[in-house]
Design a protein around this ligand. Structure first.
Ligand SMILES: C[S@@+](CC[C@H](N)C(=O)[O-])C[C@H]1O[C@@H](n2cnc3c(N)ncnc32)[C@H](O)[C@@H]1O
Length: 303
């Protein structure tokens, strides 16, 4: 490790925390770093609570959650349902996230956990679900596949799987609820610039992420074909406050960038760019306020 890296590690000891794409951020650390994501005062989970009111809970519910993480949306789903007659499958690529959620919901018998990539799981499943939901996760799977297979092949494969899910794994009135990040938000813009240094799929920094574009494209096609009703809304988030540059750097590098760059020779430049960027959002008391954004898709299968 060169002198510059050594001094960064001394200044920011949390740089020593590393992870892999597969294992993601450790659940306890994830929960600690995660801020409230609110949109005009309304939490992301509250949007889901409202959406769930439209799901008939007097019937048996067969549900699927993609990228459950530490179980935030899972808890909302379980608590909101009036019926005890449900089955919920939970998918996540990270074993430690699944272990954490399995422990958190250990009193629940009707949960089944799958350690898998979301899209690989969707490709294989033959279940028919009443509801499929995913918070801030589906894009991870999409982007990983685009990086692995290449943009053209990856896009074709993912759109084919989404079509298959709508046609074969949903029945009349089945619902799909998806929260997808806004890559052009104040929060994500600077992150996309960093990812673009290592992954060329992010090369158009003026447009939405490849994941958002390809999901919108295939859902709009399915809507035109009469297979689904589609509602997609954009929400600008309330600014998230970081009390210091140190706190903002830890969240951006270890949470949003999953420690990907912590041992990379690009680290000093990236930290420099982030510090510069944060200055634009710093108030006179030294607090940094940065807005996120998201798209919420609500899909209903037609008969
Ligand atoms: C930002 S977290 C969101 C977690 C949770 N849904 C929430 O809102 O708190 C992203 C989650 O996606 C998972 N993940 C990353 N890549 C994935 C993939 N290819 N397939 C399934 N899950 C994945 C991570 O392990 C992590 O749990």
């Amino acid at each position: 490790m060169n002198q510059k890296m050594k001094s960064l590690y001394k200044e920011y000891p949390w740089l020593k925390i590393t992870t892999t794409i597969k294992e993601y951020v450790a659940p306890e650390y994830y929960n600690r770093l995660l801020k409230d994501y609110t949109f005009d005062g309304k939490k992301d989970t509250q949007f889901f609570e409202e959406f769930l009111k439209s799901v008939h809970s007097n019937e048996i519910i067969n549900a699927l959650e993609l990228g459950c993480g530490s179980g935030r949306a899972t808890k909302v789903f379980i608590d909101s349902l009036k019926t005890k007659e449900f089955k919920l499958e939970l998918v996540d690529l990270s074993k430690r996230m699944l272990d954490f959620s399995q422990k958190k919901f250990r009193n629940r018998k009707n949960l089944e956990f799958f350690e898998s990539d979301s899209i690989a799981f969707l490709e294989k499943t033959s279940e028919v679900y009443d509801i499929i939901f995913s918070f801030w996760s589906f894009s991870h799977s999409v982007h990983q596949i685009l990086i692995k297979k290449g943009y053209g092949e990856g896009k074709m494969y993912i759109q084919k799987v989404i079509r298959k899910v709508i046609k074969e794994n949903m029945k009349r009135s089945s619902k799909f609820f998806l929260i997808h990040f806004d890559s052009l938000s104040e929060e994500q813009k600077i992150l996309m610039k960093q990812w673009n240094k290592v992954f060329p799929i992010y090369n158009n920094l003026d447009s939405q992420s490849p994941s958002k574009l390809l999901i919108t494209e295939v859902l709009e096609e399915l809507c035109k074909e009469g297979l689904i009703k589609l509602r997609s809304n954009y929400f600008e988030g309330d600014a998230i406050t970081y009390l210091s540059t140190n706190e903002a750097l830890e969240v951006f590098l270890n949470f949003h960038m999953e420690s990907y760059f912590n041992e990379n020779s690009l680290l000093p430049d990236i930290i420099g760019e982030l510090e510069n960027y944060f200055r634009k959002f710093t108030d006179k008391d030294g607090r940094i306020k940065i807005k996120p954004g998201c798209f919420i898709y609500e899909v209903e299968r037609n008969g």
